[in-house]
Write a protein that binds this ligand. Structure first.
Ligand SMILES: Cc1cc2nc3c(=O)[nH]c(=O)nc-3n(C[C@H](O)[C@H](O)[C@H](O)COP(=O)(O)OP(=O)(O)OC[C@H]3O[C@@H](n4cnc5c(N)ncnc54)[C@H](O)[C@@H]3O)c2cc1C
Length: 404
């Protein structure tokens, strides 16, 4: 059913999860509207590397992901604290590609538009509209600053790591989010013939002499192609809330550490000689925890992608997992959307939750929190310092190989 302001699927947020949901729902013949607060889809760059699973061909077109990738690494390279031990290679079990964010997003928007999806840009969703705690639509502010309502059978909250919809239902994102610095640079000191794999540098708890209290972190450099790199600093907080001694640093402290790492961290800083910064931002990756319930209130709204913390705990595959989650939820909802009507009965909510929680994708993510959590607990709580991490480096590399 489609009227001026009623749609089968209201999708909040035009990131990779929202766009996948839109494409999947439109291909099934549903009416779909996407509300995006930015002037364009995916206004801020997020991840720019992804493993190649069949879903990518299904959504983007056969072979599209490979076609936009300049670099096709076969392994990840891990460096011990201070780059003291020999770097360890971990093979990628699934082909992995780097690409540019804008290219990926524009492709998804083009596909969705061709399928008849309505896009409302510059439209910030303010809150859900509820009746008997069932979400019936959303209130949003349009380009002219006016508040408007839009209604539908289901609202998919794909609005990212600080979801307005999720927050409205009291999701505590401070327990889900982890700080991360995102950096894009050109003219990096990199020879792509020799270094074409992601480089990851472990930093032990409190190891940086200029910031003794800094928590366990991983700095990384991803070669995108030519002299371009993506780089960053991930704070590892999977178990941080259980680590009494670990405190989340202030934004100033994180940026100060980042500045220092670019100048003088063994191995890592070499890439930054002569670099031209194109983008630099302290942002968030929601890989510290996962929400308990994906269906909000008595139904009507569902958290999808980053808004649900649906990233594997090491933070490497949020794009794919969010996209897959979007596809699974659209498929599940479509099963019960009869004559363009959806009944948010308790029975239907229970059925959907059970179907999702027994899906392979949910089990993978859920176990990643246990496995990676355990791994990081061992490294960062038991071994803690760079010195001890270096001493057990062979064991760590072996565990990484087993877990990957
Ligand atoms: C620095 C960094 C590096 C990463 N690297 C990788 C990687 O290499 N590989 C990988 O797979 N994953 C990576 N990730 C994770 C991955 O990028 C995310 O998991 C993924 O982008 C989540 O997609 P999403 O659609 O759920 O959310 P988002 O991409 O964040 O999309 C949310 C959208 O909602 C919009 N929005 C927000 N609030 C509102 C509102 N109130 N109303 C309307 N619109 C709204 C936003 O503008 C945005 O367009 C990385 C993340 C970061 C931050």
């Amino acid at each position: 059913m489609k009227s001026d302001n009623f749609y089968n699927f209201i999708i909040v947020g035009a990131g990779t999860a929202g766009l996948t949901a839109a494409i999947t729902a439109a291909r099934k013949g549903h009416s779909v509207v996407v509300l995006e607060k930015g002037a364009i889809a995916g206004p801020k760059p997020r991840g720019e590397s992804m493993a190649h699973y069949p879903l990518l061909d299904e959504i983007l077109g056969e072979g599209y992901l490979q076609s936009i990738a300049e670099v096709k690494p076969s392994h990840r390279v891990y460096h011990s604290p201070g780059d003291i031990k020999p770097a360890g290679n971990i093979d990628m079990k699934v082909p992995y590609y780097f690409f540019e964010w804008r290219t990926l997003i524009d492709r998804m928007v083009e596909i969705a538009k061709n399928l008849g999806v309505t896009f409302l840009f510059n439209s910030e969703v303010l809150k859900p509209i509820k009746e008997k705690n069932i979400c019936k639509g959303v209130e949003y502010r349009n380009l002219s600053g006016e508040k408007q309502n839009i209604f539908g059978n289901v609202v998919l909250a794909c609005d990212g790591y600080s979801s307005t919809i999720g927050s409205y239902y009291n999701i505590d994102y401070s327990k889900i989010n982890c700080p991360i610095v995102k950096f894009l640079g050109n003219n990096a000191n990199i020879d792509i013939e020799k270094v074409s794999s992601p480089q990851l540098y472990f930093i032990g708890n409190g190891d940086l002499d200029y910031t003794p209290g800094f928590p366990p972190s991983i700095a990384y450099v991803f070669p995108i192609g030519g002299k371009k790199i993506e780089a960053g600093l991930m704070l590892r907080m999977t178990k941080a809330f259980d680590m009494k001694s670990v405190k989340i640093p202030s934004e100033e402290e994180i940026m100060d550490v980042w500045k220092n790492l670019k100048i003088n961290y063994p191995g890592f800083s070499n890439f930054f000689t002569g670099i031209k910064t194109e983008y630099e931002e302290l942002t968030v990756m929601p890989n510290a925890g996962l929400v308990d319930n994906f269906i909000l209130g008595n139904g009507g709204a569902i958290l999808v992608g980053d808004s649900a913390g649906f990233i594997d705990a090491n933070g490497s595959s949020g794009l794919y997992f969010g996209m897959k989650m979007a596809k699974v939820w659209v498929d599940l909802i479509s099963e019960l959307l009869i004559n363009n009507q959806f009944d948010w009965t308790m029975q239907n909510r229970k059925y959907l939750t059970k179907q999702f929680k027994t899906s392979k994708i949910y089990k993978t993510i859920n176990s990643s929190y246990k496995l990676i959590g355990l791994f990081e607990w061992m490294i960062f709580k038991k071994l803690r310092t760079g010195q001890r991490i270096n001493r057990f480096w062979k064991l760590i590399m072996w565990l990484l190989q087993v877990a990957s």
